[in-house]
Design a protein around this ligand. Structure first.
Ligand code: HXC
Length: 279
């Protein structure tokens, strides 16, 4: 789909890059010539991911443990990353989420999700942006949000609040920083199964099956499909795309939105025939 050197010469930081979607995006970026910096809370997970990625792609990966809820840790991580040379890209991928009846949420539960998704993405984006703007350097930020950033969703309320905030952040900064060489976009994925998300969000096999059944394409997303989109948006060739959110969900959220979408499952062929105008 792309030239092998699409991302050559770019140094890209992926938060939560040791597992799940972040790991898949990192693998694709390396195969397209990028150098990677990954962070996450668990050093051992990062070390294993870095080794696997370097073995599989021959690319360069450095890593450091960082809890992005802590602004001081984010600043230290960025100082460390910049000692090797400036970054060219940031992927705000790290997230925290679980399904729960909202009336049961404790303050700490709400803060855990908002801290990772909203505050963590803001600390990272503004920390990188400050460094890029001071150096007059071109750069690209990609944030992984969800389609319920604009629809909202029952049972994942802190996540919906936080992802909506990240979308507002990238649209705001796209205008504030775009003219100074820093552009920001988002991807809104539908269901892309990962161990971390699925154990917290899809605790029963019937729920996993329902994700596929209610999707117009009757399947979940494949990681390589998301990684290709993330590569396209990160590349310099997409330089005029700024402040945009691209949905990749097989049509899932529209399926839930269109007023007549349910009709197809309740009409037989005979019902449709009976509706045809008579001559
Ligand atoms: C209710 C819960 C809970 C649950 C944790 N808490 N899990 N409350 N239901 N299932 C509460 C705890 O009781 C505690 O509050 C508070 O949250 C903090 O929990 P800790 O375990 O101490 O926090 P921590 O270890 O920091 O874990 C953070 C986390 C966890 C967000 C709670 O789930 C996590 O580490 N997630 C990271 C990975 C992840 O979530 N990936 C999925 C992202 S998917 P009290 O008051 O008891 O102390 C995504 C998009 C999905 O974002 C789109 C899908 C289609």
């Amino acid at each position: 789909m792309f030239r092998d050197d699409l991302l050559a010469g770019k140094r890209i930081l992926i938060t939560g890059g040791g597992t799940g979607i972040g790991l898949s995006i990192g693998r694709r970026y390396l195969s397209l010539g990028a150098e990677l910096v990954i962070c996450g809370r668990r050093e051992q997970v990062l070390a294993e991911a870095a080794e696997e990625l370097q073995r599989d792609t021959g690319g360069r990966v450095s890593f450091k443990a960082c809890d992005i809820r802590d602004a001081a840790q984010v600043d230290a991580l960025l100082d460390w990353a910049w000692t090797e040379g400036p970054l060219d890209g940031l992927v705000n991928n790290a997230a925290g989420n679980f399904i729960a009846q909202s009336e049961t949420l404790s303050p700490r539960a709400i803060d855990a999700v908002l801290g990772i998704v909203l505050h963590g993405s803001a600390y990272m984006t503004i920390g990188c942006g400050r460094r890029w703007l001071a150096a007059g350097r071109r750069a690209s930020v990609l944030s992984i949000i969800t389609t319920y950033a604009w629809t909202g969703s029952a049972y994942v309320v802190p996540s919906a609040m936080a992802k909506a905030g990240v979308l507002a952040m990238i649209r705001s900064l796209a205008v504030e920083w775009g003219g100074r060489g820093v552009r920001l976009n988002a991807i809104a994925p539908g269901p892309f199964p990962t161990a971390g998300a699925w154990e917290r969000l899809v605790p029963k096999p019937e729920l996993a099956a329902a994700f596929e059944a209610k999707n117009p394409l009757k399947r979940a997303g494949r990681h390589e499909e998301l990684a290709n989109l993330a590569s396209f948006l990160m590349a310099e060739e997409a330089a005029y795309i700024n402040g945009e959110v691209v949905t990749i969900d097989g049509g899932e959220w529209l399926q839930g939105a269109g007023q007549f979408n349910f009709v197809g499952s309740m009409m037989s062929q005979a019902d449709w025939q009976a509706l045809k105008p008579r001559k």
